[in-house]
Design a protein around this ligand. Structure first.
Ligand code: MN
Length: 197
């Protein structure tokens, strides 16, 4: 996982690595609110809550592991959203090489993995995130995290995540969360995902 370090004590707002019109299955309208408003608020709140917490200057993964309450919620949402937005793009929409071998070893096939990942995202009650992670035994696992949860809290290495908070899909898909989840495979950049191993 690529960690995020504060610059002079401040976590900076990430820029999207693609044009807001480029993804298609997520509209620029959704991206404008999700990235420009929701993530911006989490970044601002994180920077407000850090001073005096004892976690100033730490990489974000460390803040997410150690913080509780409002600081945890905002730090978790910053890390989760950076990983979410950065994993999309206009190329490399199929896993290859070592990561594909691991997916086939641990889930049977890429299709079986996608089915389980979508199902765990669709059945997560309320707001949260579905994750693909690497565990300490070197195996891939799919987990559900409520609200701002991130697998680093359980000692896992997070690789891929789909946001199932309603703000991630309601403008484009209304209540059809399963359709949103199924559409996201069209924009995952698996080279980014593999770089997190
Ligand atoms: Mn979100």
């Amino acid at each position: 996982m690529k960690d995020i370090l504060p610059v002079n004590g401040i976590f900076e707002m990430m820029q999207l690595p693609y044009d807001a019109e480029a993804l298609g299955v997520i509209s620029s309208n959704t991206l404008g609110f999700h990235h420009g408003k929701h993530l911006k608020a989490y970044v601002d709140n994180l920077n407000k809550l850090l001073p005096g917490s004892g976690l100033e200057g730490k990489p974000i993964s460390e803040v997410v592991r150690q913080a509780e309450g409002g600081l945890f919620n905002n730090a978790g949402q910053v890390l989760n959203h950076v990983m979410y937005f950065e994993q999309f793009g206009t190329a490399n929409h199929e896993p290859t090489g070592k990561l594909l071998e691991m997916i086939e070893r641990d889930f049977g096939s890429f299709g079986a993995f996608q089915k389980e990942f979508e199902q765990k995202g669709a059945t997560l009650f309320g707001s949260g995130w579905v994750w693909l992670s690497l565990n300490s035994a070197g195996h891939l696992v799919i987990t559900q995290e409520a609200n701002a949860g991130n697998p680093v809290r359980s000692g896992l290495v997070p690789l891929l995540t789909f946001d199932v908070w309603e703000h991630a899909y309601y403008l484009d898909y209304q209540n059809r969360r399963a359709d949103y989840l199924a559409a996201l495979w069209q924009i995952v950049d698996w080279q980014v995902v593999a770089s997190r191993l």
